[in-house]
Write a protein that binds this ligand. Structure first.
Ligand code: ZN
Length: 235
């Protein structure tokens, strides 16, 4: 009875080892590292882009402001010039108006300089934003492709795991509860391998040879265990 159980348990162990390997494979796909790197690149590009957009917005606001002021100043200058050219003012008034127009022209020149200066800053800032947008798009696309590839592989691995789990539940069904508990406990403390075949005097768990005396000692029990690693043995 025990021997049949142990042989069944070895089947369970084979399936568990395969499941462990699939889980390991799931978590160590080379694409995961590439995805992580692509994700970091996208995140840092998005931060850079956000900052560039903020800078551009500030420059555009300053440009709008300077252009608005210039427009108002041009209207005012136009008004004063019309008044001056219309004539009909006293000499003192005319001189006063002339000086005012002169001052407004000076202000206009200064504002035009400011607008040009702002334009010179806005243009490269727009180029920076456009360049970063293009780069972010390329990197995001690469990240999406990696993600799709990973998901596809995960689906395949998960389906494989599900098949193994199903077979495992069939294999484990006839085995006694106590033996299953012992098996689970040994798996936890023995790197996932609780039971191993005993072949040509060698433990399949720790790969150490057992002397004839040690073999006799190991197999004296209903549940034979390796004298070296204490894993269950199936002869
Ligand atoms: Zn051993």
């Amino acid at each position: 009875m025990e021997l049949t159980s142990l042989a069944d348990l070895l089947d369970v162990q084979v399936l568990d080892t395969q499941i462990d390997r699939l889980l390991e494979q799931r978590q160590s796909l080379p694409e995961l590292e590439s995805y992580k790197q692509a994700h970091e690149r996208v995140t840092s590009l998005e931060e850079e882009l956000q900052k560039a957009r903020d800078d551009l917005r500030e420059l555009e606001l300053a440009l709008d402001k300077a252009e608005g002021e210039l427009e108002i100043l041009e209207l005012k200058l136009d008004e004063h010039e019309t008044r001056l050219f219309a004539g009909g003012m006293s000499g003192r008034e005319t001189e006063h108006k002339r000086l005012e127009v002169q001052s407004l022209r000076g202000q206009k020149d200064a504002l035009e300089e400011r607008v040009l200066g702002q334009l010179e800053k806005v243009d490269p800032a727009r180029e920076t934003v456009a360049g970063l947008e293009a780069k972010t798009d390329v990197e995001s696309k690469e990240r999406s492709e990696l993600e799709a590839g990973i998901k596809q592989q995960w689906r395949r691995i998960d389906a494989e795991i599900a098949r193994k789990e199903e077979r495992k539940s069939e294999a484990i069904a006839p085995i006694g509860e106590e033996l299953v508990e012992m098996y689970e406990k040994l798996r936890r403390i023995k790197e996932g391998v609780a039971i191993a075949p005993f072949d040509h005097g060698v433990c399949g768990g720790c790969h150490m040879a057992l002397s004839p005396t040690e073999q006799e000692e190991a197999f004296r029990d209903d549940l034979p265990r390796c004298v070296h690693c204490r894993r269950l043995l199936v002869a």
